[in-house]
Design a protein around this ligand. Structure first.
Ligand code: PRP
Length: 181
């Protein structure tokens, strides 16, 4: 699937991603040393970023996942966030690090953050690989950010279009024809 012919352009290469993730992991390691954070991955998109980030971080930590959906099969947010799978671990009193692949409107993360504080989290910080600042509808403070990108629909490194392309190693932009099918 490396150079699949449905890809128009590689926006961020696998190598650039790994360098950035290494850098983010160093900062996370420094900030959470001695704290044993609860790291929460936002499924599905964040699974590859989370796995790489945490294997590069040198920390005692717990991992849990939450699965929400606001996009369905569309390329834009519906503005409504459904919790499809909740946390299995108690977040009360914990320092939580939320790991997300991409922030677009910011609605998903602001909703999850609110939920975590409602359930008693002591602190909630965000690690996101990508951000599209031009699409923001609610303001979100991202402590660990990989890349700011333009308003293009991207796939790969965990991100999908209709559940395809998540395992592409690079972050890519697809040919327009793919969306017409
Ligand atoms: C994507 C992404 C974020 C969300 C960001 O999830 O993984 O969770 O959209 O958008 P927002 O900032 O506008 O809320 P999606 O609903 O596509 O599900 P997925 O992670 O399962 O691919």
């Amino acid at each position: 699937m490396k150079n699949c012919n449905e890809v128009k352009k590689v926006l961020i290469s696998a190598q650039e991603i790994q360098i950035k993730v290494e850098d983010l992991a160093k900062n996370v390691t420094r900030d959470y040393a001695g704290k044993r954070p609860l790291v929460v991955g936002v499924l599905k998109g964040a699974w590859i970023f989370l796995a790489d980030l945490l294997r590069k971080a040198e920390l005692d930590l717990d991992v849990d996942f939450i699965c929400v959906s606001s996009y369905g099969n569309r390329t834009y947010s519906s503005g409504k966030v459904d919790v499809l799978k909740d946390l299995t671990m108690e977040c009360r009193g914990r320092d939580v690090l939320l790991v997300e692949d991409i922030i677009d409107s910011g609605i998903t993360l602001s909703h999850i953050k609110e939920l975590l504080f409602f359930h008693g989290a002591k602190s909630v910080e965000i690690a996101a690989l990508l951000s599209k600042p031009s699409r923001r509808k609610v303001s979100i403070d991202v402590k660990y950010l990989g890349f700011e990108i333009p308003d293009e629909f991207v796939v790969g490194y965990g991100m999908d279009y209709q559940e395809r392309f998540r395992t592409l190693k690079d972050i890519c932009i697809l040919n327009e024809e793919v969306y017409k099918r």
